[in-house]
Write a protein that binds this ligand. Structure first.
Ligand code: 1QQ
Length: 377
């Protein structure tokens, strides 16, 4: 096998004209579409995140190409929420497809694995849903337009503390998911800072299905609230079990709670769950309402979720940076133009990158009521 790979590589190099700069860096040809690679969680347990992202990107692509200022082409790779798949996908997109930039991957854990590869290769990469601490710190080519948990979680936790006068809470998190661990740490530090007692800290793993041991213990301690850091698959089962055994207190979640799939699976058990998000479809904003109407028209009357909205904004950020860069192939110019984005107005609000390539944006605290995300005022 390795012999075949080397042969293929030699052929590719020869085709590039003596192994000079890769095609993606060789300058723009006017009218050519910018090739953007997308790594997304499109199949498997958390696919509702990746599918929403794809829908948001596809809608933005249609609009951007119709506007005609820049043309974009999306090349999708399904990483299935898996780090190794994300690494394979990024190598293919960079070396075989010669993309000018990358959007994704979906999970922070995947970005921790794939981001450094893009950075090393000098290819800009932007997560639209990667919220763990330390994402842009992976390198100068690594960005995100997702609201980091260090901004979102304190807002949700502190709003819950003041609304429900919380004195003692229980905490649960998935301990084999990098992002969930990061979110948990922010929950813990926020509770400590606010003098709220943590009566129990219970862990589980991604894909677990039985939470009775942890929740039975938590029920016996009678907390004022339960705070959970996990993806929707696990969170929805936690909620269902909790309500089943009589835990009726409010839940506070991290970014995993922002998928409507949580409500779909947990049903009425999701009521009372609180989460912060930069996206709220009820916002009386012309741009937001137009996006919702266009999305519904394209996708069978489906209302876009946070993941769709952030992906939609992400492609517009890329398009605006490509326009600024004046090239559809220059990775360095694209990187510099993304870094310089200021005063961008998207459907998730006003947006800019700070000097550490972290997004500057604000969030709304939401609560699930009667199966709907509503503003917690
Ligand atoms: C992360 C997340 C997840 C909830 C994305 C689906 O925020 O992995 O960073």
């Amino acid at each position: 096998f390795s012999g075949m790979t080397i042969g293929a590589l030699l052929l590719t190099t020869a085709g590039c004209g003596g192994g000079a700069a890769p095609a993606a860096n060789s300058g723009s040809q006017s009218g050519e579409a910018a090739k953007i690679g997308v790594i997304s969680y499109l199949t498997g347990g958390g696919a509702a995140y990746g599918q929403a992202i794809k829908e948001g990107l596809d809608l933005a692509k249609e609009e951007i190409n119709a506007q005609g200022k820049v043309k974009v082409d999306l090349i999708y790779e399904d990483s299935r929420g898996d780090k190794t798949e994300a690494i394979n996908a990024i190598n293919k997109l960079i070396n075989k497809d010669n993309v000018v930039g990358i959007i994704g991957p979906t999970l922070s854990g995947e970005m921790f694995a794939a981001g450094p590869i893009a950075d090393q290769a000098g290819v800009p990469i932007m997560g639209t849903s990667t919220t763990a601490e330390g994402i842009p710190a992976l390198g100068n080519f690594v960005f995100r337009n997702a609201l980091p948990e260090f901004l979102a979680v304190p807002q949700a936790v502190e709003k819950a503390i003041s609304t429900y006068n919380l004195k003692k809470v229980a905490v649960m998190y998935s301990n084999n998911n990098d992002w969930a661990v990061s979110g948990y740490k922010t929950i813990e530090s926020t509770l400590k800072k606010n003098g709220v007692e943590i009566v129990a800290t219970e862990t589980f793993a991604d894909k677990d299905t039985d939470y009775s041991a942890q929740l039975t213990k938590i029920a016996s301690l009678k907390p004022d609230a339960v705070m959970v850091s996990s993806l929707y698959q696990e969170a929805s089962l936690v909620l269902k079990k909790a309500r089943e055994i009589g835990i009726t207190v409010p839940f506070v979640g991290t970014n995993g709670f922002n998928s409507p799939e949580l409500i779909k699976i947990a049903g009425a058990a999701a009521d009372g769950a609180i989460v912060a998000s930069p996206w709220f479809p009820g916002k009386q904003d012309e741009k937001v309402q137009k996006f919702i109407a266009d999305y519904k028209a394209k996708y069978n009357n489906k209302v876009p979720d946070q993941f769709a909205a952030q992906a939609y904004d992400a492609l517009y950020i890329y398009a605006s940076a490509l326009e600024q860069a004046g090239s559809t192939t220059d990775r360095q110019k694209l990187r510099d133009s993304i870094a310089a984005i200021k005063g961008f107005q998207g459907v998730t609000g006003k947006f800019a990158f700070d000097e550490k390539r972290e997004p500057v944006m604000s969030a709304t605290v939401l609560i699930i009521k009667d199966g709907q995300f509503t503003e917690l005022k």
